[in-house]
Design a protein around this ligand. Structure first.
Ligand code: NAD
Ligand code: UDP
Length: 341
């Protein structure tokens, strides 16, 4: 029997590469489209070392409608598309909004047009917890009202969700699952793939591991005077492999149920403060981190964590990796990357 085929845009990136591995291990055939603007082609070799299969790879920019149609025409037997490709640096999006709107919105429009033209019925879209802004009540459920985006990057996620909703309404033959990721961290247990930020990391976890590795002198904690129990910001940190698994559950759910549109939070349901995460990292890896308390970072919400019960009820998915294992995998990956340099 031939394998069901999934097209993954942005499949060489952090979450996409873990999802490609999980899909191949679940018996799917994977086609990756990536322009490598924030990733490297050698990820494909790593994927094949883990799974035994090298995915089909198309080095293409998703904003190019002609190339996208060519690839979709060649792969019109695909059962679904997972659309990860996007630019994701919040600060850069404030400085260069047009670059972000052009890349993230045009890529999505091309994916949708090609899906319609070549009758590929199922889409998974990478959305983000940032669509909730600063919510009035925690944890957030999928029913929690969305707040205006605080950055052009966030706006591309809110717009992306709306574009997909309108498209599904007009094309009942399509299904889509909007996955709102909370804070994905960690790496594959093989140590072969993980997060590879360009330059100085924006996110907390790679900053922690780079500080532990001596690449950065010290970690700056952005504020300890928030109105949270210990004064530090709270987030829902989820293992990237758990996030990857949810994509398979979403694809299988759409194939089976043809649900139209569904939205799910992908979190653990556990809020951790910045200092709690740092202490957990230190204790999981037996490391002492050098950190200082710095000014608040503009745009940070004090606290955000998920109620992820809906994904459990409908998809049968829940986050299952332990925080300790996740933090060990993050450190193992950092050491592997440092050894490569
Ligand atoms: P990433 O940067 O590691 O991966 C994105 C991939 O898309 C990269 O390989 C990049 O080269 C590719 N890409 C970008 N624009 C492209 C284009 N126009 N054409 C082809 N390829 C393109 O990011 P990630 O952390 O893996 O994030 C994946 C998705 O999840 C993104 O949509 C991101 O906005 C979303 N997301 C990420 C997080 C997070 O914390 N990592 C949280 C919420 C949502
Ligand atoms: N953070 C920090 N120092 C850093 C990076 C992040 O204290 O160098 C804090 C940030 O203020 C937030 C949390 O860590 O409270 C998570 O930030 P990240 O950028 O990883 O994710 P976000 O939730 O903002 O998307």
């Amino acid at each position: 029997m031939s394998k069901s085929k999934i097209i993954i845009t942005g499949g060489c990136g952090y979450i996409g590469s873990h999802t490609a591995v999980a899909l191949q291990q679940a018996g799917f055939e994977v086609v990756i489209i990536d322009n490598l603007i924030n990733s490297q082609e050698n990820v494909l070799t790593r994927i094949s070392e883990i799974t035994g299969f090298k995915p089909q790879f198309e080095k293409v920019d998703c904003t190019n409608p002609i190339s996208m149609k060519d690839i979709f025409a060649k792969n019109n037997d695909a059962v679904g598309v997972i659309h990860f490709a996007a630019l994701k640096a919040v600060g850069e999006s404030v400085a260069q909004p047009i670059k972000y709107y052009k890349n993230n919105i045009n890529s999505l429009l091309n994916v949708l047009e090609s899906m319609i033209e070549f009758k590929i019925p199922n889409l998974v879209f990478s959305s983000s917890a940032c669509v909730y802004g600063e919510p009035e009540k925690l944890p957030v459920t999928e029913q929690t009202p969305l707040q205006p985006a605080t950055s052009p990057y966030g706006a591309t996620k809110v717009m992306g969700e709306n574009i997909i909703k309108d498209t599904i309404r007009a094309h009942p033959e399509l299904n889509a699952t909007l996955l709102r990721y909370f804070n994905p961290i960690g790496a594959h247990p093989s140590g072969k793939i993980g997060e590879l930020p360009n330059g100085i990391p924006n996110n907390l976890m790679p900053y922690i591991t780079q500080t532990a590795a001596g690449i950065r002198d010290k970690l700056s904690i952005f504020g300890n005077d928030y109105s949270t129990p210990d004064g530090y910001c709270i987030r829902d940190y989820i293992d990237v492999n758990d996030v990857a698994d949810a994509h398979i559950a979403a694809i299988q759910y759409m194939i089976k149920n043809k649900p139209g549109i569904e939205t799910f939070n992908l979190g653990t349901g556990r809020g951790l403060s910045v200092i709690e995460l740092i202490k957990a990292f230190e204790s999981a890896n037996n490391i002492k981190l050098n950190y200082i308390i710095a000014e608040r970072r503009p745009g940070d919400v004090p606290e955000l964590w998920a109620n992820a019960n809906l994904a459990n009820q409908k998809l049968g998915w829940k986050a299952k990796r332990s925080l300790e294992d996740t933090l060990k995998s993050a450190w193992q990956w950092q050491k592997n990357v440092s050894d490569l340099k």
